[in-house]
Design a binder for this molecule. Structure first.
Ligand SMILES: [Zn+2]
Length: 501
C-alpha cells in the first residue's frame, strides 16, 4: 500500500465507522447522540481528507495581535482553495454579518445579490480570478461542509460595490418607489508622503479603515500571497474576499497602495468589471503608477469609487488617482503629502460623479478630516515616519470644533459617540462605525515586504457591544453580529513570516 492508498483506506474506515454508528443508533433511545457522533465522525474524516489535499502545500496560518495571518501560494485554484480552507470559520461568520448588512440596507433579498453576481459580474471576471473564487468555495466545502456556492462568494466579494453603488443606480433606473436611502460609503483616513515631507525623504504611507464595526471587527486578515504569476503581495483584508477591499497593500515590484472612498459618489456601469477584481489585479500586476492606473481604468464600473493613494518605492514618486466613472484625474509628485478622507477634489469629478457633495461644508466628516490632515501633515513636515504615522491614525482633534473629541470628524473615527452621525453616508446618529484598524509602512519596510498593523481603533480605544446595544436599541438588528472590538497592539507583519515560537 502506498501512502495515498493508506490514507484513502483510513478515511473509508472512518466513514464506515460513522455510518455504523448511525445505523446502530437508529431506533435506539440514544439515536440523537449517535447521529451527532456520526456527523462529527464524518466531519472529522472530511477534514482529514481535505487536510491532505495537495493544493494546501506551502499554505499556512497563525494569529498575532488580533490579526489572522495567512500565507497563500501557487496557481489561482490552489490559492483559492488555501484561502477557503484556512479561513473557513471566519468566512462563514463574515458572510453572515456582511450579507445581513447588505439585505438590511437595500431591502433586497440574498437571491437578488446572487443573481447580480452571476449575471452581471461573473462573465467579466478574468479566468484567473474565477478559478481563485471557485477554489475558495472548494476549500470552504472541504473544511466545513459549507453550503455556500460561487455566486454567494462573488456577491460577497462585491459587498462594497453592489449595495451602495449598483442598487441605488438600479433603483433610479427602475424609478423604484420608496427606495431606501443608499449612499456610497465614506471609508477611511489615509495619506502618502515623500521628499521633504518625510523624515528621511522616503515614501511613508498610512491608512485607517472606516466601516461599520460589524464588518470592521472581522477585517482582520493579513494576506501574504505568492501567486504563480504576477508579484508577491502583502495586504490586509477580509476573510473570503480576494482583494484587500479597504485597500492597503504592497507588492514585490515596489508599488505601495491605499485609498479612501469618494463621498456621495453616484454611478454604475453594468457592463464594467467588478472593482474588487480590478483592485486585486492592479496590486498583483502593476509595477508602476502608470500600470496601476491603466488596470484600474480597464473596464471601470464605477463601483467602490476611490481616491487611490499610490507610491512607487523604485522612483520615490507618489500619486493620487481620483477614479470617478465619467471622469478621473491623476496627480503625481516626488515631493509632497497627499491625504484622503473621502472627498473628491477635481472639479470635473465633483461635478459629474459626486454632484451632491459639498466641499465647502467644514462641519462634514470628510471636510473636517481633510482640514485636520492638512494641519497635521504641515505641522510635521520633515518629521513624518512610520511611528508618527501610527499616532496620526489615532488622532482625535475635531477641526470644526477645535478641540479633542473622538467623533465622526476625527481622523480616528468614533461615530458611535456622535449624535450627528454622518448624513452624507446615511449613517444615522450613534451609528456603530468608525475607524476599525490601521496600517502604516515606508519604502524601506515595503522593500522588505513589511508593514505595521493595529486591530481595533488606532487610538487603542475599545468598542463594547453590550452596553452600546443597551443604550441604542435602534441597532438591535445588529445584535447577532455585533461584537466587542478591542484594540490590539501595533504589530509588524512581513512576507514569509511564520508563527512566533
Ligand atoms: Zn480613536
Amino acid at each position: 500500500m502506498n501512502d495515498s492508498m493508506r490514507r484513502g483506506a483510513a478515511i473509508l474506515l472512518l466513514l464506515l465507522g460513522g455510518a455504523a454508528l448511525w445505523w446502530a443508533g437508529n431506533g435506539a433511545p440514544a439515536s440523537a447522540s449517535a447521529n451527532d457522533a456520526m456527523v462529527a465522525t464524518m466531519a472529522a474524516a472530511r477534514e482529514r481528507a481535505a487536510a491532505n489535499d495537495p493544493r494546501l502545500k506551502g499554505a499556512s496560518r497563525f494569529e498575532e495581535g488580533g490579526w489572522i495571518y495567512v500565507h497563500l501560494e501557487g496557481d489561482p485554484g490552489a490559492m483559492g482553495y488555501q484561502h477557503g480552507y484556512l479561513l473557513a470559520p471566519e468566512i462563514e461568520d463574515g458572510f453572515a454579518a456582511v450579507s445581513a448588512g447588505m439585505m438590511h440596507s437595500t431591502q433586497r433579498d440574498w437571491e437578488f445579490f446572487r443573481k447580480a453576481a452571476h449575471e452581471m459580474l461573473w462573465p467579466k471576471i478574468d479566468a484567473e480570478y474565477q478559478q481563485e473564487l471557485q477554489g475558495i468555495v472548494e476549500g470552504l466545502r472541504a473544511r466545513s461542509g459549507s453550503k455556500l456556492d460561487v455566486d454567494d462568494i462573488v456577491a460577497f466579494n462585491a459587498f462594497e460595490e453592489l449595495p451602495d453603488y449598483y442598487v441605488p443606480w438600479l433603483n433610479k433606473q427602475l424609478k423604484a418607489a420608496n427606495a431606501p436611502n443608499l449612499k456610497s460609503p465614506g471609508n477611511c483616513s489615509a495619506f502618502v508622503a515623500a521628499g521633504s515631507w518625510t523624515k528621511d525623504g522616503q515614501i511613508v504611507m498610512a491608512h485607517n479603515n472606516w466601516t461599520s464595526y460589524r464588518n470592521g471587527e472581522r477585517w482582520r486578515i493579513v494576506f501574504d500571497m505568492a501567486p504563480k504569476s504576477g508579484y508577491r503581495m502583502l495586504m490586509d483584508g477580509f476573510p473570503g474576499v480576494i482583494a484587500s477591499d479597504d485597500d492597503f497593500g504592497i507588492n514585490s515590484d515596489g508599488l505601495m497602495v491605499t485609498e479612501t472612498t469618494i463621498t456621495q459618489f453616484e454611478g454604475w456601469d453594468p457592463n464594467g468589471k467588478a472593482e474588487f477584481v480590478r483592485a486585486r489585479k492592479a496590486l498583483q500586476y502593476a509595477g508602476s503608477i502608470d500600470e496601476y492606473t491603466k488596470i484600474m481604468l480597464d473596464g471601470n464600473n464605477g463601483g467602490y469609487a476611490n481616491d487611490w493613494l499610490l507610491g512607487d518605492r523604485k522612483t520615490g514618486e507618489i500619486a493620487q488617482l481620483e477614479l470617478g466613472l465619467k471622469a478621473y484625474k491623476l496627480w503625481r509628485t516626488k515631493d509632497g503629502a497627499l491625504s484622503g478622507s473621502n472627498w473628491a477634489r477635481d472639479p470635473k469629478v465633483l461635478k459629474v460623479d459626486a454632484p451632491e457633495f459639498d466641499p465647502g461644508n467644514k462641519e462634514s466628516s470628510p471636510n473636517a478630516r481633510r482640514e485636520r490632515w492638512d494641519e497635521l501633515l504641515k505641522e510635521n513636515k520633515g518629521k513624518i515616519d512610520v511611528a508618527l504615522a501610527e499616532k496620526m491614525l489615532g488622532d482625535h482633534t475635531d477641526s470644526a470644533e477645535k478641540k479633542e473629541d473622538a467623533n465622526e470628524r476625527t481622523l480616528c473615527g468614533h461615530v458611535d459617540g456622535s449624535a450627528r452621525g454622518v448624513k452624507e453616508w446615511a449613517w444615522q446618529a450613534y451609528y456603530p462605525g468608525g475607524a476599525v484598524q490601521g496600517k502604516a509602512t515606508d519604502a524601506t519596510m515595503a522593500k522588505e515586504m513589511r508593514f505595521m498593523a493595529r486591530m481595533g481603533h488606532p487610538c487603542g480605544g475599545d468598542f463594547l457591544a453590550k452596553p452600546f446595544l443597551a443604550a441604542h436599541p435602534e441597532f438591535a438588528w445588529e445584535e447577532p453580529y455585533l461584537r466587542d472590538m478591542k484594540a490590539g497592539p501595533w504589530t509588524e507583519f512581513r512576507s514569509g513570516q511564520s508563527a512566533k515560537e
